[in-house]
Design a protein around this ligand. Structure first.
Ligand code: GDP
Ligand code: MG
Length: 437
């Protein structure tokens, strides 16, 4: 799912100290693919990743201690933004407040009407009236009646009347006369968008001037949901979207796209067939859920914890100028030691895992090396070429090692320096390695 995919793309940032043009590009490619797979419209996915990129690269990446975490936050904020930014409530000030349902047949209008009536009644102390304007199918009227009985909310019907405009107007009068402060008008849908349906619901809208027109859409219909939303919005200029069937094996991407295409907030989500399976839609919470925030943040934090990127940048420069010295070497050792068990750390280097098997490596592995470097004068550390035979003997004595060990370290250092310079200059590492054997 989308959440897993995003998590995987953030893993790419693991171990990389900074957000660069390159690792952002990689991550964004993955995010975009994940969004497309989740049914997000292509243009939206592209715009989304473009926006994230601008934000990520616009940051002062060098001072960002935790670039991966920063990426998570940027993506999360963008996702929430794409889904509407903040929670959008429905307008219920008028007495009665009139709510008109729209949407295709089977999208869940009738079910949602019942759920909303139930929510307003039990949580807001309102006195809703449900109105059956799906006049073509007697079964539809019965469905609403059954729901009404279940939640103890009155249902207004006019058996035999085939004019939804007249029924809706009469229902509002009925509500006023009976103290119902919310009128929820359930309408007929078709299996696909057609003129007759659009004309009919437009006429109802014109006649009752609803406070809130909600467009109900089945989130399992993927990209079709986006097209349907657009057609309904063009005709009705609705106020909000209800996403149903988010409980199933639904790819949530349509939700993201709908919001971006019609520029209307998602207000509710249906999460089941039961009458209480209704959630108010919170974009930030949805984004949290999509990202599985907790996990990613801790993962990224862990990866970034020990990494001092300012230091890395400085080293990179020194390597390029060939001024990498024993002070840097010491710092590197302390960085590596901070990362924990040396064997584990070395095991992360590709190909090293096998070589380390059976070897006895502990954190004291650097003890001699450190001792030798500490026995050098500052000038020697900065300029190792100063270290002649006499100096080597002094250093060996001072560090409690012997001259062979000092020689080995000096040789190792000069090779490391050579290798690092080549790597930093982008030379072919493979060739270089085989040349060294
Ligand atoms: P309408 O034609 O738009 O009025 O759609 P209905 O309200 O009759 O719903 C069509 C089908 O979808 C029914 O079987 C409902 O039980 C089911 N349904 C509606 N909302 C949800 C939901 O959020 N989750 C699930 N799983 N099923 C839903
Ligand atoms: Mg219905």
């Amino acid at each position: 799912n989308l959440s897993d995919r995003l998590e995987k793309s953030f893993k790419l940032l693991k171990g990389q100290g900074k957000i660069t043009e390159i690792n952002v590009a990689e991550t964004l490619k993955d995010i975009r693919r994940a969004l497309l797979d989740a049914d997000v419209n292509f243009k939206i996915a592209k715009k989304f990743t473009d926006d994230v990129k601008v934000k990520a690269l616009g940051q002062d990446v060098l001072s960002a201690v935790k670039p991966g975490q920063m990426m998570v936050k940027i993506v999360k904020d963008e996702l929430a933004e794409l889904m509407g930014g903040t929670f959008a409530d429905i307008k219920l000030e008028n007495k009665p407040a009139v709510i008109l349902m729209s949407g295709l047949q089977g999208s869940g209008k009738t079910t949602f009407s019942g759920k909303l009536a139930n929510m307003l009644k039990s949580k807001k102390g309102r006195h809703p009236l449900l109105v059956a304007c799906d006049v073509y199918r007697p079964a539809a009227i019965d469905q609403l009646k059954v729901l009404g009985e279940q939640i103890k909310v009155p249902v207004y019907t006019e058996e035999g009347n085939l004019d939804p405009v007249k029924i809706a107007k009469a229902a509002i009068q009925h509500a006023k006369a009976n103290g119902n402060d919310v009128v929820i008008v359930d309408t007929a849908g078709r299996l696909a968008v057609d003129e007759q349906m659009m004309n009919e619901i437009s006429a109802v809208k014109k006649a009752i001037n609803p406070d809130e027109i909600l467009f109900v859409v089945d989130s399992m219909t993927g990209q079709d949901a986006v097209n349907t939303a657009k057609e309904f919005n063009d005709r009705l200029d609705f106020d909000g979207v209800v996403l149903t069937k988010l409980d199933g094996d639904t790819r949530g991407g349509a939700a993201l796209s709908i919001r971006a295409v019609v520029e209307k907030p998602i207000k509710f989500v249906g999460t089941g067939e039961k009458v209480d399976a209704l959630d108010v839609f919170h974009p930030d919470r949805m984004a949290d859920r999509i990202l599985g925030m907790g996990d990613i943040v801790s993962l990224v934090e862990k990866a970034q914890e020990q990494f001092d990127e300012e230091e890395a940048k400085r080293l990179q420069k020194k390597l390029q100028k060939n001024t990498f010295d024993f002070n840097d070497f010491l710092k590197q050792i302390s960085q590596i030691k901070k990362m924990g068990n040396l064997k584990d750390v070395m095991g992360m280097i590709p190909g090293m895992g096998k070589a380390l098997k059976g070897m006895d490596i502990d954190d004291d592995a650097f003890k001699h090396i450190e001792a030798i470097i500490y026995s050098m004068t500052p000038a020697e550390r900065e300029n190792p070429s100063l270290i002649n035979g006499g100096r080597r003997k002094r250093i060996a004595n001072g560090s409690g090692t012997d001259i062979q060990e000092v020689n080995r370290l000096l040789k190792q250092f000069s090779e490391t320096r050579k290798m690092m310079r080549m790597v930093s200059q982008g030379k072919n590492v493979q060739r270089m390695m085989s040349g060294m054997q």
